[in-house]
Design a protein around this ligand. Structure first.
Ligand code: PLP
Length: 409
């Protein structure tokens, strides 16, 4: 008899974005004359930088010629891209990362989800709350949790983000083996300082733990004193894996390119306590189960690092950050406590009421869709996430409407 992986039955229905869609559609049907502005989903709205488009076209043309055609490439990515990444994203900031420690992939979502495959199933895992849901769901699928009770999976150590700690969780009271961190954070937009991140690296070193550091939003950091990479922190090479993505940095959400950094000195242990290089395990996993990102996409990603590409990507980021600044100042001006929006494209707002009630109020009174914080975990209850990924004119209009609706409250 064929049997299923019953861990999948523990997963909670992922109803957040479908419920948002359902409520927005019902509103539109009831009020066909009202225009809805969507500041919910975190997807980019601006086209790819021109330098990327040119490189993309050139690479497609190469594929049309017998002399320049390319078949399978190296699974871990072409050297032309890995070298640029190592040099510009890491070495230029004093982070000691080399090209052969970079694994190019088709998304940070897949990588953050797949990485746990190389680790034991009976480890203790610390996951933030609120959280990007992939970290939690992939560990549930792998059988690392018990069942779901009162909004939480048994067996997970939740790292609570609150207004009091500025959504930078404290170190766990108990000993954990694997720690997920994400800065700048989705959904809260919170950022971590170098000294705060140092305490996590020190904890990992003392406890022989591993940190999975998701820096998918590094490009939004405006304050140069904040770390863009965990490898700017002393001792991180031995205890941290980092995830990056071109999705938000250069508008690649539909083009698909990302990378994972696994330093050769990063270790995990056998049951007998013997240390093993995590790089070797991930190399084996990646090259066995993945056949590389397409050549034209890697050429387009390489172009992000050209002078034109850097300037044009900065224009994209500046565009969204102008939206974020407007959202933050308008919402804070209405008297709501806000986190994020200064070094991240998300603004996390204390709604001082049930998340879904706040969502419904913004939809009905202002025709604006946001994301209820409760969908990201128990600690998200009472908050909403507003995304800066939209056209400036729409953001301006949305803020105008919210102001009018809430001032009239
Ligand atoms: N990590 C975080 C925190 C994200 O918010 C997202 C996308 O929204 C991803 C990873 C996924 O990135 P990618 O498009 O590279 O799969």
């Amino acid at each position: 008899m064929i049997r299923i992986n019953e861990n999948y039955l523990k997963l909670q229905a992922s109803y957040l974005f479908s419920e948002i869609g359902k409520r927005a559609n019902a509103f539109q049907e009831a009020h066909p004359e009202r225009e809805i502005i969507r500041l919910g989903i975190g997807d980019v709205t601006r086209p790819l930088p021109e330098a990327c488009i040119k490189a993309f076209h050139r690479a497609v043309d190469e594929m049309a010629e017998i002399k320049s055609f390319r078949g399978y490439g190296p699974e871990q990515g072409y050297d032309f891209l890995r070298e640029k990444i190592a040099q510009v994203d890491f070495q230029s900031r004093g982070a000691d990362i080399s090209a052969d420690e970079i694994f190019v992939s088709d998304g940070a979502k897949c990588d953050t989800g797949n990485i746990q495959e190389i680790l034991a199933t009976d480890i203790t895992i610390a996951i933030p709350d609120p959280v990007y849901p992939v970290y939690l769901a992939t560990n549930v699928m792998a059988g690392r949790t018990g069942s779901f009770n009162s909004g939480r999976y048994e067996g997970i150590v939740y790292l609570e983000g609150t207004l009091e700690n500025g959504f930078i969780p404290e170190l766990p009271a108990e000993k954990v083996d694997l720690i997920y961190l994400c800065f700048p954070n989705n959904p809260t937009g919170a950022t971590i300082t170098k000294s705060q991140l140092q305490t996590w690296v020190d904890y990992a070193r003392e406890n022989k733990a591993l940190i999975l550091y998701d820096a998918a939003y590094d490009a939004f950091i405006q304050d140069d004193s904040l770390p863009r990479s965990i490898y700017e922190i002393e001792g991180a090479r031995e205890v941290a894996i980092e995830f990056r993505s071109f999705s938000k940095k250069a508008g690649f959400t539909g083009t698909r390119c990302a990378f994972t950094v696994v330093p050769k000195t990063c270790v995990a242990y056998t049951g007998g306590g013997e240390s093993v290089a995590v790089h070797d395990l991930w190399y084996r996993r990646h090259t066995t189960k993945f056949n590389g990102v397409s050549y034209p996409v890697q050429r387009a990603a390489e172009a992000v690092y050209s002078d034109d590409g850097m300037a044009q990507s900065k224009v994209l980021i500046d565009y969204y950050m102008k939206n974020a600044a407007l959202i933050r100042s308008e919402i804070a001006g209405l008297g709501y406590e806000c986190i994020g929006g200064e070094n991240s494209p998300y603004i996390w707002v204390d709604g001082r009421m049930d998340s879904w009630a706040f969502f419904d109020m913004l939809l009905e009174k202002a025709g604006v869709v946001c994301t209820p914080g409760a969908g990201f975990g128990r600690c998200g209850e009472g908050y909403i996430r507003i995304s800066a990924f939209n056209h400036y004119e729409n953001v301006e209009k949305a803020m105008q409407r919210i102001k009018q609706a809430l001032v009239l409250e």
